[in-house]
Design a protein around this ligand. Structure first.
Ligand code: URE
Length: 672
């Protein structure tokens, strides 16, 4: 064991390679059972990439939580608690949960307006053409690359800090291990692996919280933590916080981080095919529920770990005999939680942290790999290289892209490591690079008036404004010095993030209002309709029905949908029971209204109603208030465990029984 690491190097290799192999074997087993005992075969491209669009809400919610739980969710959230006190966990959790909640509305519009697409870029291509497609493909890939790099940087920094494992080896071995299980299982098995990861993740988070606030000899109660935090503030008050305290929402840097977090995370949800893919894989009737549940359950993850380990790091790094020390580079790399776990729980804490990070990073990596593979397969290969691919070719290209992207993830994370760009830096920068595409992408599937030129110009000019503003303000505030350190300032990052999303959004909306498009959603509703019926192995296409019938019936019901004469005359073959189609669209409209009300209410509560009065009143929590805060964070973890750890099992009971009956029949020799 290296003198400076809490675990031996072998533990790092053991977890990365051993657990990678374990999950690959598990995936082979799940895929085999899925193929043998259920109707879902991964030899179908539709099943491999979109899980036949039939996944129930609990499993999708677990998949959302696991894709959205990055290394940064655990590490960066705790680093914000270390830097800003309790406002850090709040702003991290609320500033990144609202996008998932709002995406519930997009998910329902997606099911209404492009029910058979494989990627959101297919919608952009069908609606706005090739230039828009290429423009947003750039922002889509930029999002996946930034997210993947942060994942691998965070994961490898943790593994090498805890075990001394070679960082480059970790950078490559983590994504390659993940690619093996993604290759084996495709989308559905990946969601099942996500579920198992999420279950263990919640259990470890609960164990950390109970140790920090219940059993630890060093802290052990909210009251003792309050004392230690008060002492830390006396020793080293936080500039910009009320009374320099860690126990207040009144934190200037915390609030700036909150804004950065909100902007950046809009980009990493709305531009990331991984979330569209979960909406696509979802059963249409329950996609809204899945995203609302996912957002609510996920909120507890950063809030819980940052309240326990982030604040523990503050307590342990101060006082007469600090148990841990943290350099600013280590804080930027997200290591306060890692060091706190080791100091509070010794080797068992370090091992739990290693496993936690491994699970979070691998499940988020798997989401990124399958997302990038879908973009490359459908939007590059299928759009520009081979417009009429066979199912075999789609599967072959998907597999190749998953493995190729795993190698790319390792290489790019290694490069960032060498040039000294940390996960924390990328986290604050991401909104500047990708925020500009958020509004056009969201409007592509929700607003018929949004015009193509406005969307393309908005995204490109927003990007240029964001980057120019970020670098310009850096130069102005730092005497012309532009480097990694100066560009990482609060105001520098804030300027870039706000300009990018603001300019992109304003240009897109204002131009579209001045020159409104009048898009016919039937064009996007027809994406892949013919292909789907041809390639879906098990679907039994119903007799063809005409759009005219659908449109007329729809008019009878609500009198709103306008029929395009051109489309009304075409015959459309659909995959689902056609007689259900109109009722289904009505159901989706209701679901959209429900998503809008619930998501907007939660957003207003989480971003305005709860934190802002606490900020403006400069309230510093007394012991009783802090104890309530700790209890809420713990309860939220248990609620999350119930929502995405226990509920999916209940939901899957019939499928599990079917598999169990199949296995029993096999054992009795009654099945061939
Ligand atoms: N997924 C995030 N932003 O932690």
């Amino acid at each position: 064991m290296s003198a400076s690491t809490i675990l031996p190097q072998g533990a790092g290799y053991g977890v990365v390679i051993g657990m990678g192999l374990f999950f690959s074997l598990l995936m082979i087993g799940i895929t085999w059972m899925q193929t043998r005992y259920t109707s879902h075969k991964t030899s179908s491209a539709e099943e491999f990439n979109s899980a036949s669009r039939s996944v129930p809400p609990g499993l999708i919610a677990a998949g959302i939580v696991s894709a959205w739980t990055w290394a940064a969710t655990l590490l960066q959230s705790s680093a914000t608690a270390y830097k800003f006190g309790i406002s850090g966990p709040w702003w991290y959790a609320s500033g990144a949960a609202i996008q998932i909640l709002l995406f519930a509305m997009i998910a329902s519009k997606l099911k209404q307006n492009a029910p058979y697409c494989h990627t959101y870029l297919e919608i952009i291509r069908a609606r706005w053409g090739k230039v828009a497609h290429l423009t947003f493909l750039f922002f889509g890939f930029a999002t996946n690359i930034i997210v993947s790099t942060m994942l691998i940087l965070g994961g490898s920094a943790t593994v090498s800090s805890l075990t001394g494992m070679n960082t480059v080896a970790a950078c490559f071995l983590i994504p390659i291990g993940v690619s093996i299980y993604v290759l084996t299982g495709g989308m559905r098995a990946t969601l099942i692996a996500d579920y198992s990861h999420t279950l263990v993740l919640y259990c470890i988070l609960i164990a950390f919280a109970l140790t920090a606030y219940g059993t630890s000899n060093i802290i052990g109660s909210p009251s003792k933590m309050w004392d230690l935090l008060a002492q830390a503030a006396e020793e080293k008050p936080i500039a910009g916080n009320a009374h320099g305290s860690y126990l207040t929402m009144r934190s200037k840097s915390g609030l700036i981080f909150g804004v950065l977090n909100i902007v950046g995370n809009f980009g990493t949800v709305f531009n990331d095919q991984a979330y569209w893919q979960r909406a696509i894989a979802s059963n249409p009737r329950t996609s809204v529920k899945a995203f609302l549940w996912g957002g609510i359950a996920w909120f507890g993850v950063p809030l819980g770990i940052a309240t326990s380990l982030g604040l523990s790091a503050v307590a342990l790094a101060h006082g007469e005999n600090p148990l841990i020390t943290l350099t600013s580079e280590e804080v930027s790399a997200g290591l306060p939680a890692v060091k706190a776990a080791g100091a509070l729980m010794g080797q068992s804490g370090a091992t739990a942290m290693l496993i936690l990070l491994f699970l979070a990073v691998t499940s988020a990596c798997s989401a990124e790999q399958i997302a990038v593979s879908s973009l490359l397969t459908y939007d590059v290969y299928g759009s520009y290289i081979n417009p009429n691919p066979s199912e075999k070719q789609i599967l072959w290209v998907s597999h190749l892209c998953i493995f190729g992207y795993a190698l790319f993830m390792g290489a790019i994370a290694t490069a960032f490591n060498y040039i000294g760009i940390s996960m924390g830096y990328l986290y604050e920068l991401m909104g500047t690079i990708i925020g500009c595409a958020v509004v056009p992408i969201a409007l592509c599937v929700t607003w018929k008036k949004c015009n193509a030129k406005a969307a393309i110009s908005g995204a490109i000019l927003g990007f240029l404004a964001g980057v120019a503003g970020w670098l310009g303000i850096t130069s102005k505030l730092n005497d012309g010095v532009i480097n990694v350190e100066t560009t990482f300032g609060d105001y520098e990052m804030l300027t870039g993030n706000l300009l990018s999303i603001g300019v992109g959004g304003i240009i897109t909306v204002v131009w579209s209002l001045l020159q409104p498009d009048n898009f016919d959603w039937d064009i996007t509703r027809n994406i892949n309709v013919q292909t789907e019926t041809n390639i879906t192995e098990h679907s039994q296409p119903q007799s063809p029905i005409t759009d005219q019938r659908i449109i007329e019936k729809e008019k009878e019901i609500n009198g709103t949908e306008e029929a395009s004469p051109e489309y009304a005359q075409t015959e459309r073959v659909v995959e689902e029971q056609p007689s259900d189609l109109v009722e289904e669209r009505e159901g989706l409209k209701k679901a959209f209204r429900f998503a809008a009300w619930s998501a907007l209410t939660l957003v207003i509560l989480l971003i305005f109603v709860i934190p802002l009065p606490l900020f403006f009143s400069s309230h510093v929590y007394p012991k009783s208030g802090f104890t309530v805060w700790v209890c809420v964070s713990l309860i939220w973890l248990f609620v999350g465990l119930a929502m995405v750890g226990i509920y999916p099992m209940w939901e899957a009971r019939k499928g599990l029984m079917q598999v169990a009956r199949g296995i029993a029949a096999d054992l009795r020799g009654k099945r061939t």
